[in-house]
Design a protein around this ligand. Structure first.
Ligand code: ASP
Length: 344
């Protein structure tokens, strides 16, 4: 017989634990105890659940790299003690945190599941109860060899389990707030939880690594037709940004405006990294497919392939924090560390 699984619930804030301020009507973070009281069902699960809260629960719009480092510290400290981890987090930046944690904590053999909700847990129609209870069940589930079924950082929302670094928030009002357009869900929860076992990530590492640094000098530029590149000139400066993620059109295309091209060339020559990701939510960058992307290839722009912007940004923060040579950093950006890129 298998032992009861033990889960650590880490509360960071977000709508799930918020209440309405009676004076301003705004939703504000409340303390974790309140949230726990709303779900007596947790006591009925055959799972041992401990909980911990970050010192000041926040709306996830306030998340910084310092919070990610704090989460890595909490997870490192508790990794050996629990079978799985559930992080309660606001949905607004959940895909960024999930992507960041997938790079900062590699080689895991236990699940780290982020979840939250669109309606506070205390409201009658809340989606928070189902999200939380199922996330805990997934984090606790083991196979017949007593190994965790999920061994990666994931987002669980509205009956679907997604790879964290493939997920994006796509709706501000639907319960189905997340999608993973370039990778199918890892599991779908119905009457039973159906895992797509061929899609689950398995690391070759024998033990996990916990990385507690992130380089914050990275930029993100979204292209649009008729863009006044003159106004963006000052951004292409390596003393401001060590890497810039550019959200391009379609399969990685952009205007052939000479000023834009000269800014990119000079920036790369002075040691900056440019990563090309698509504005389309699905599909992949293919530099050189069109004339309007060949320049990127020649200039040394790094293809982000089918990475989400959230993954490309947080991966560049992670890679740059390792202070490797430019060539190694470029190679690392194009390697898939934990399933964030489709390798054909
Ligand atoms: N603003 C909230 C947050 O991200 C939204 C949510 O939790 O769904 O913290």
């Amino acid at each position: 017989m298998q032992n009861k699984s033990s889960i650590l619930l880490i509360y960071t804030g977000g709508t799930i634990g918020m209440i309405n301020d009676p004076i301003t009507g705004e939703l504000k973070s409340f303390d974790f105890k309140h949230m726990y009281d709303q779900i007596p069902e947790l006591n009925r699960l055959p799972i041992e659940i401990d909980s911990i809260s970050i010192s000041k629960p926040i709306d996830s719009s306030e998340i910084t790299t310092a919070h990610w480092i704090n989460l890595v510290e909490i997870l490192e400290e508790n990794y050996a003690k629990y079978d799985g981890f559930v992080i309660l987090h606001g949905s607004d930046t959940m895909a960024y945190t999930a992507s960041a944690l997938s790079f900062m904590i590699q080689g895991i053999s236990k699940p780290i599941i982020l979840t939250g909700s669109q309606l506070p847990i205390g409201t009658i129609r809340t989606d928070g109860k189902e999200n939380l209870i199922t996330a805990i069940e997934i984090a606790a589930q083991k196979d017949e060899h007593n190994q965790s079924i999920v061994q990666e950082v994931c987002v669980y929302f509205e009956y679907s389990l997604y790879r964290g670094n493939r997920s994006s928030k796509v709706s501000a009002n639907q319960f189905e707030a997340f999608r993973s357009p370039n990778y199918p869900p890892l599991a779908v929860a119905g009457v039973t939880i159906e895992y797509d076992s061929n899609r689950l990530f398995r690391s070759q590492a024998t033990s996990p690594t916990f990385w507690k640094k992130m380089e914050t000098s990275v930029g993100l530029i979204k292209l649009f037709p008729g863009m006044p590149f003159e106004g963006y000139k000052s951004l292409f400066d390596v003393s401001l940004f060590k890497a810039i993620v550019i959200e391009t059109f379609g399969s990685g295309n952009a205007s052939s405006d000479p000023l834009f091209q000269s800014l990119i060339t000079a920036y790369i020559q002075s040691g900056g990294l440019i990563i090309n990701v698509s504005q389309c939510s699905s599909g992949s960058v293919r530099q050189g497919k069109y004339e309007t992307s060949s320049f990127f290839q020649k200039a040394g722009v790094i293809s982000g392939f089918d990475m989400t912007s959230e993954a490309a940004l947080t991966k560049s923060m992670f890679v740059l924090s390792q202070k490797q040579s430019l060539d190694i950093s470029k190679k690392l950006m194009q390697n898939s560390f934990c399933g964030e890129i489709t390798v054909s």
